[in-house]
Design a protein. Structure first.
Length: 79
């Protein structure tokens, strides 16, 4: 995809703008969200967690970060 430079916003083509209610707008939004979901490496497990101490919370969060970085998903390891 070529990079195009414009001196003014008025020089930009307005073909990508969609009107509210346009079905193509909803499709474009869905595609952007799907792309973000596929490319985002960070996954959070749903729910609320309670910890006995700050140190226990820090250990759990670092475990979640390592699991995410390793591509193991969002499931944290329980102590």
């Amino acid at each position: 995809m070529p990079v195009r430079k414009y001196r003014s916003i008025y020089e930009m083509p307005d073909e990508t703008w969609r009107e509210p209610g346009d079905p193509l707008l909803y499709r474009a939004i869905r595609e952007v969200w799907d792309f973000g979901r596929r490319t985002s490496g960070r996954r959070y497990r749903p729910g609320v967690y309670r910890f006995r101490s700050i140190e226990e919370m820090d250990v759990a969060q670092s475990d979640w970060g390592r699991a995410t970085a390793a591509g193991d998903g969002c499931e944290p390891q329980r102590p």
